[in-house]
Ligand binder design. Structure first.
Ligand code: NAD
Ligand code: MG
Length: 390
């Protein structure tokens, strides 16, 4: 049976890896929607090649160019937030959620309300609105499948297991670009240095977030929200080889580890073919040649983001939305040269300190509106904190 598939964030790193898998077996899929941002050349080329129903750019000022590229092809062109939602509501069997940042939440919720299976790379959806996302899935009988490599690994280690027998979930971290830098050098880390990952080839924002460990801090919250475990059951261990993606420790003392090459097409392919396993075009590991798997404890002086994530999990409510928005704004600030690498965590901590204790943070109901309001407020506070440092 032909499966109807949409890819949100199709022009990005996850989106392109998803297209790579789908294009290998194009006859098996009908492409409903592909979405992207400013890169309409890539979006149009993929939409034409895969004969998508509609191509959507997030940016309205890119619509004319997208239209011109698709003219006469029969592929519809659309732009803007409303068009993204409309595309998410088109009947489909499987949607890849691979927009980067908080912008990925609304289309994912719209897809779930239509019962569509959501392959979730956009971890920000769980960080900002985990309870809302999972409840929407439950209420509409829709499945959320994790695509983040650590969470896909845990999901796979849990097949046939009872969550009540889980004692701990251990997610691994490569340590990113600055794992072995002297601490005092971090302050002077450049954008180019932070944008290069030792093991994974990913989008720029998540690569910088890997160097600061904000990525791992988002993943701690993602683990709590998706698997419904308590924060003290989740551990982070630095594993420089990036070959073990996560481990699950059970009440009998056994640990199940998921091992594989650092290639996102594994986790994407697992979610694409779930609940069955199919052959995937990823490199096979030669363990004797690899020789060693090494581990070390994460250093919270080097990576204060991990400590902040623990505080956010303890606070609950909209703290995740505030944390993510402050993180996104401070990342923008680092990319724009407004603040230093090490100031990103300081800005996020400033914002959390200002907002914590506010009942609007910890006990507000989590809806798309309250998440958006908190997102807006935290970005504003982060901008002020950045301005105060200049
Ligand atoms: P990327 O920057 O390469 O691509 C992001 C995509 O989102 C692009 O298609 C871009 O056009 C689109 N986009 C950007 N801003 C948008 C907006 N405001 N509205 C709508 N669309 C917008 O990012 P990526 O590395 O592919 O990551 C995508 C998501 O997957 C992120 O949430 C990331 O944390 C997660 N993830 C990525 C990897 C990886 O290997 N790249 C691994 C695990 C999880
Ligand atoms: Mg990950």
């Amino acid at each position: 049976m032909v499966r109807r598939v949409s890819i949100f964030g199709a022009t990005g790193s996850i989106g392109q890896n998803t297209i790579d898998l789908i294009a290998r077996d194009a006859e098996a899929y009908e492409i409903i929607a592909l979405t992207g941002g400013a890169n309409v050349d890539q979006l149009a080329a993929d939409a034409l090649r895969l004969r998508a129903q509609v191509a959507v750019t997030a940016f309205e000022d890119r619509l004319d160019d997208l239209r011109a590229l698709l003219s006469g092809s029969g592929v519809e062109a659309a732009a803007g937030e409303a068009a993204l939602l409309e595309a998410a509501e088109r009947p489909a069997d499987w949607i890849m959620s691979a927009i980067v940042g908080a912008a990925g939440l609304a289309p994912g919720l719209a897809a779930l309300r239509h019962g569509t299976t959501l392959a979730l790379a956009n971890k920000e959806s769980l960080v900002t609105a985990g309870p809302l996302l999972m409840a929407t899935a439950r209420d509409h009988g829709a499945q959320v499948l994790p695509v983040d490599s650590e969470h896909s690994a845990v999901f796979q280690a849990l097949v046939g297991e009872d969550i009540a027998a889980v004692e701990r979930i251990i997610i691994t971290a490569s340590g990113g670009a600055f794992r072995d830098w002297p601490l005092e050098a971090l302050e002077h880390a450049t954008l180019a240095e932070a944008s290069s990952h030792p093991n994974w080839d990913m989008g720029q924002r998540i690569t910088i977030d890997s160097a600061s460990m904000f990525n791992k801090s988002l993943e701690l919250i993602e683990t709590k929200e998706y698997f419904v475990v308590t924060p003290d059951q989740i551990e982070v261990v630095v594993h420089p080889e990036s070959l073990i993606h996560a481990m699950v420790g059970f009440t009998d003392g056994a640990i199940m580890a998921h091992v594989g090459p650092p290639d996102m097409r594994h986790a994407i392919g697992y979610a694409l073919h779930w609940p069955v396993r199919r052959a995937l075009p990823v490199h096979r590991l030669d363990l004797a040649q690899i020789g060693t798997f090494s581990f070390r404890a994460p250093d919270e002086d080097r990576w204060p983001a991990l400590r902040l994530a623990r505080a956010v999990m303890a606070e609950g409510g909209l703290a995740g939305a505030a944390f993510n928005a402050a993180k996104e704004r401070s990342l923008d600030g680092f990319i724009a040269g407004e603040i230093k690498f090490t100031e990103m965590a300081a800005v996020v901590e400033d914002v959390l300190t200002q907002l914590s204790g506010d009942p609007g943070l910890s006990s507000a109901e989590i809806t798309l509106d309250t998440v958006r309001q908190m997102d807006h407020l935290a970005r504003q506070r982060a901008a002020e904190a950045i301005a105060a440092r200049q």
